[in-house]
Design a protein around this ligand. Structure first.
Ligand code: MOS
Length: 724
């Protein structure tokens, strides 16, 4: 039986009533020990009998045609089994939920580093050696790689809005900001590089991979191979970080599958770090112009956010840079417009908080500039401009605790101690504080899970949902434990296998809410059966520590069950996504020191306050906050892909030169949650939290730099050369 729910109306607050105490508590990850002991098997660690090793070969031109691949240049090398997948490789990974990655016309090259073949050998070293010797001839064409000078520019309809009269609002305003910000490209840079082992059993493919969205990835892979999705099984029980980079099937999986099919033996392909940078996805660079108009009291009357991003020709994705600018602050005159420059750099796609992550670097900095001009405290300015309703659609918010995040955060951080610009000096350090709001749209996705309760008081949760380091194993177990009245250690969670019921996948910060709701529904159906056996109404039933109580009966579960009870939960988004504007909100506070001699910026402390509905596990939620804040520090200070202006190749394609914050760059990070339950989001009353931690975080750092020393960096990252 399937318990199905379309999220069309407020759901009863069932999770509050069971009383098991499994939810919200900061439970450790049940798989944590395996991970730190090296016993959790990641994709590149699977072995198969008679396995061969593939190494991807990249294009070394920016645009043009492969005219020949001289297989003879490598086939005589030791161990080489062949050159495969030429002409069968998509130019880019799929984007996760948007269908398959189109296969390139044979031999077309659209960016430097694009994979064009895979060489397979008996050992990895032999394959790598052969890959470096493969002779490829090209007919190169001239390519545009600079988004600023690109001749082909698209203006996507979906990013256009012209409400009221922004020009009039700007000219009538008592205070205005008109500033342009630039942000560099980023890479998802998950710790685990992309890796796949493909094994064919007749026409059936088993892929051990590292993916975020298995239900969709299976379709994508099948589509790329021209086979029925039923014949594809993807197995990703552990994923070493995703951040968008593993949303869609990427080329190593297709290469492994094609080569394994032709060789009739298992093939493993692992990307080198440099290949992850060059071949998977980048976050687009951006140029963003933000205009704010405010009256004499600092009330925003006009808001415009225009941006230029880039992607390859014909790619459907464009970074929704201004996504949160549509609803964070009010103002009746609003203008939005995006330009997508068509250039030949690595494909742009979703990287952690696509849209919000870089949009709020601009908007929240502009708000700081408005605060400076109006003389209103930046916390106060934000609070007084929070709209009652969505300022464009007029829809009510499902919940919006931004004001409380700002107020509670200011209190806890000691915001009242903040001094004027350049007024706090400690030795050779200027010290300053900054604030920024955070918002990340909340989404519910269709999801299924099977929940089984056994008479011995254990339970099993099964779904093809993934845990990309976020805590899915813990959270889904907690939800089942809470609903079934069991201690959490009695619940086992099986994830990451397309043979299990299809879940939402991990993306867009919707995973915990969507997969969690399906577990909730499966467990709810089990509760109905138990209630029936006990002779009480489902709402009367109390389950705690394996004991069922209701209708004056009290019985151990085992006595009520003749065997295991297995039920499937199925959640679907419904009208509440159309009737309410849904977003998580938060506030970031940061204190920096800026060295007066070198311009070096040191983050001294940071606090984030998040309002994301019900917090399902305080520990994993906090950890998401930490990760986002660290990414914020990186976005503000160090992180940037550099493209060679001559051919668009990525220059800094490894962790030696792509600078992410390390331990010494990160101070103690404080995270607080506001109490909030969102009745319209999903039956758990939760909202997405993963990407909220990054949204706005970098702007708080940049605003602190300004408060410290009076330097307004509008060109991220704020490296020392841009300070003094
Ligand atoms: Mo996220 S960029 O949707 O993995």
């Amino acid at each position: 039986m399937t318990e199905h729910l379309k999220m069309d109306k407020v759901q009863p607050r069932m999770l509050d009533e069971t009383g098991q105490g499994a939810i919200t508590v900061p439970m450790d990850r049940p798989e944590g020990r395996l991970k730190v002991a090296g016993q959790a098997t990641y994709a590149a660690e699977y072995k198969a009998e008679n396995m061969a090793y593939g190494v991807l070969v990249r294009a070394t031109i920016t645009k043009g045609q492969v005219t020949s691949i001289d297989e003879g240049s490598v086939t005589s090398l030791p161990g080489v089994l062949g050159v495969f997948a030429t002409g069968k490789m998509p130019r880019s990974p799929a984007q996760g939920t948007a269908g398959a990655a189109p296969i390139q016309p044979e031999g077309r090259v659209d960016y430097f580093g694009q994979p064009i073949a895979v060489i397979v050998a008996e050992s990895f070293e032999q394959a790598r050696h052969a890959a470096s010797n493969l002779k490829i001839a090209y007919e190169a064409e001239t390519a545009e790689t600079d988004p600023e000078t690109a001749s082909e520019i698209d203006v996507p309809d979906g990013q256009l809005l012209d409400q009221g009269d922004i020009e009039a609002a700007m000219s009538d305003a008592a205070f205005t900001v008109d500033a342009t910000y630039t942000t560099p490209p980023h890479n998802s840079a998950a710790m685990e590089p992309h890796a796949s082992l493909a094994e064919w059993h007749g026409d059936n493919l088993v892929l051990h991979g590292a993916y975020q969205m298995l239900k969709f990835n299976r379709e994508e892979l099948a589509d790329s191979l021209g086979i029925d999705p039923e014949k594809v099984r993807i197995h990703s029980p552990y994923v070493g970080g995703g951040f968008g980079g593993k949303l869609g099937i990427s080329q190593e999986a297709i290469a492994a599958a094609v080569a394994a099919r032709e060789l009739k033996r298992p093939v493993r392909v692992v990307m080198a770090r440099q290949q992850v940078f060059e071949m998977t996805m980048r976050r687009t660079e951006s140029r963003q112009r933000v205009r704010l108009a405010a009256d004499k009291d600092g009330k925003i009357t006009g808001l415009a956010h225009e941006d230029r991003v880039s992607n390859l020709p014909e790619e459907g994705f464009s970074e929704p840079t201004a996504v949160a600018s549509h609803f964070l602050y009010g103002g009746e005159n609003r203008f939005f417009r995006q330009e997508v420059a068509r250039i030949h750099r690595t494909t742009a796609g979703s990287v952690r908080a696509p849209g919000e992550a870089i949009g709020q670097l601009a908007l929240e900095c502009a708000m700081d500039e408005l605060a400076e001009k109006t003389g209103i405290d930046p916390v106060q300015l934000r609070i007084q401009n929070i709209p009652e309703k969505h300022p464009e659609s007029g829809l009510p918010f499902s919940s919006n605790s931004l004001a409380q995040c700002l107020t509670d955060g200011a209190e806890r951080f000691g915001w009242s101690e903040r001094k004027g610009v350049g007024k706090r000096r400690e030795g050779e350090w200027f010290v300053g504080m900054g604030v920024a709001s955070a918002a990340r749209t909340n989404i519910l996705m269709e999801s299924r899970a099977r929940v089984t309760l056994n008479p011995d008081g254990t339970a099993l949760v099964e779904t093809d949902m993934t845990d990309i380091g976020t805590g899915t194993y813990a959270i889904l177990g907690q939800i089942a434990a809470e609903m079934l009245g069991l201690p959490t250690e009695k619940v086992t969670v099986e994830l990451g296998d397309t043979n299990l019921p299809g879940a939402s996948g991990s993306g867009g910060s919707w995973g915990a809410a969507s997969a969690g709701s399906s577990v909730f529904l499966g467990a709810k159906a089990i509760r109905s059966k138990i209630a029936k056996s006990l002779g009480c109404a489902p709402e009367e039933l109390r389950l705690k520590d394996g004991i069922a109580t209701g209708a004056n009966n009290r019985r151990p579960l085992a006595e009520l069950m003749s065997g295991p009870i297995s039920e499937e939960g199925h959640i679907e988004p419904g009208t509440t996504m159309e009737e309410f504007a849904q977003s998580g909100f938060g506030a970031h506070f940061c204190e920096v020191g800026v060295n007066a001699v070198t311009g070096e910026v040191r983050v001294r402390r940071m606090l984030a306050v998040f309002a994301a509905g019900r917090i399902l596990n305080e520990k994993t939620a906090r950890s998401q906050g930490h990760g986002g804040m660290i990414w914020g520090i990186g976005s503000a200070l160090t992180e940037a892909i550099e493209h060679d202006p001559r051919d668009g190749r990525i220059v800094n394609h490894d962790f030696a030169e792509y600078h992410m914050p390390v331990h010494l760059d990160v101070p103690d990070l404080d995270v607080m949650f506001v109490e909030e339950l969102d009745d319209h989001s999903n039956p758990l009353q939760s909202k997405g939290i993963g990407e909220l931690g990054l949204s706005g975080a970098g702007a708080a750092v940049a605003n602190a730099i300004y408060n410290a020393c009076g330097v307004r960096v509008r060109d991220y990252p704020a490296t020392p050369d841009k300070i003094f």
